[in-house]
Design a protein around this ligand. Structure first.
Ligand code: NAP
Ligand code: GDD
Length: 326
């Protein structure tokens, strides 16, 4: 019998890469999808899988993290061995506009899933998509699994609640439940309204004469940016350990949005000075401080290491956009 994985957020950046990884490992992959007015699911349509793998190994089910009844039914039907909980309202600035929705889907959504696991009567391994945003404005740098959380956005508060729920169910009920505290990870599949993809798309549009200006918010912000396919591999590795635990996954290097801009324009042979303007609507009521990750625990216990560094990541993203738009 192949192992069965259930992925929430399968249509997202990480969900799509994780699906490819698990299918290559022989898993049967079940994904939660929301009903939308269009049947197009860009990232899933572009999965690097053979027609047979798609047909025999990937199954989609309607549901929503806001509705427990559908989740309970799905658990009984799928009987997953591993659950990768990646679904949620993942945009930090949007969380200031929709804090209640963000909290319900991200925090209560995790409680709904954990209750399904507690009640399903079989051993299930659970991965929760925690985030470095929980560190907020930390007093120490770099941050590791023991650094206190000081969240500064509704998104980060909802993820901190979800993180603690995950460790609470591990401690209280002995569930195999892991938190992956992932720092920013990017790719050509990143959502268009996250800054790296926005820059890569903007650069391609300017290069091809379709746009003249790229408008951005705070370009002084510094992030620890890695490559998404490498980060989803760590999710799988966490669930293969003998004991459930929490891990920071990061590159350990911080670069500013401005550096991303300069590198991206340079790769396309353009001068950023002529094309970048400030857009005050992209500023956030609060920004995190300098967060940069210490992934030494993951290196020791999982053997996980980042391979793709900043310059190469920017190149991958810009070249993908230039090719798409050619
Ligand atoms: P993403 O591309 O924004 O994908 C989010 C996924 O969640 C999508 O599949 C989305 O479905 C689904 N979703 C949203 N609301 C839902 C709901 N009410 N019910 C069911 N599904 C819902 O995010 P990502 O970059 O892949 O990140 C995956 C997870 O890791 C997220 O929880 C994010 O907060 C967290 N995280 C990401 C990073 C990063 O740098 N990427 C770092 C740390 C943590 P639709 O396609 O229908 O919208
Ligand atoms: N989105 C966006 N758009 N961000 C901008 C812009 C812009 O026009 N201009 C500057 N920024 C700055 C933001 O203020 C932030 O400091 C940085 O660019 C990165 O923003 P995002 O790409 O939106 O990502 P994020 O770091 O806020 O959130 C992502 O990473 C988190 C982990 O740190 C998301 O994937 C979260 O789900 C994830 O938890």
């Amino acid at each position: 019998m192949p192992k069965r994985a259930f992925i929430t957020g399968i249509t997202g950046q990480d969900g799509s890469y994780l699906t490819e990884l698990l299918v290559q490992k022989g898993y049967e992959v079940h994904g939660l999808v929301r009903r939308t007015s269009s049947m197009q699911r860009g990232r899933l349509d572009g999965l690097v899988l053979s027609p047979a793998q798609r047909k025999d190994q990937v199954f989609l089910h309607y549901g929503d993290l806001g509705e427990s009844s559908a989740l309970v039914r799905l658990f009984h039907k799928i009987k997953p061995d591993e659950v990768y909980h990646l679904g949620g309202q993942s945009h930090v600035r949007v969380s200031f506009e929709s804090p209640e929705y963000t909290f319900d889907i991200n925090a209560s959504g995790t409680a709904r899933l954990l209750e399904c696991i507690r009640d399903c009567g079989q051993p299930v391994r659970f991965y929760h998509a925690s985030t470095c945003e929980m560190f907020g404005r930390p007093e120490t740098s770099p941050q590791n699994e023991n650094t206190p959380f000081r969240p500064v956005s509704p998104y980060a508060c909802s993820k901190a609640a979800s993180h603690y729920l995950t460790s609470c169910y591990r401690d209280s009920y002995g569930l195999f439940a892991c938190n992956g505290i992932l720092f920013n990870h990017e790719s050509p599949r990143r959502g268009e309204n996250f800054v790296t993809r926005k820059i890569a798309r903007g650069v391609a549009a300017i290069k091809q004469g379709r746009e003249k200006i790229l408008k951005l918010g705070n370009t002084d912000a510094r992030k620890d940016w890695g490559y998404a396919p490498e980060f989803v591999a760590a999710m799988w590795q966490m669930l293969q350990q003998d004991k459930a635990d929490d891990f920071v996954i990061a590159t350990g290097e911080a670069h500013s949005v401005q550096e991303f801009v300069e590198t991206a324009f340079q790769i396309a042979g353009l001068d950023w000075h002529a094309h970048v303007e400030t857009d005050p609507s992209q500023m956030r009521p609060a920004e995190v401080g300098l967060i940069v990750g210490d992934a030494s625990k993951a290196r020791k216990s999982l053997g996980w290491e980042p391979k793709t560094r900043f310059q190469e990541l920017v190149r991958i993203m810009v070249e993908a956009e230039l090719q798409d738009d050619a």
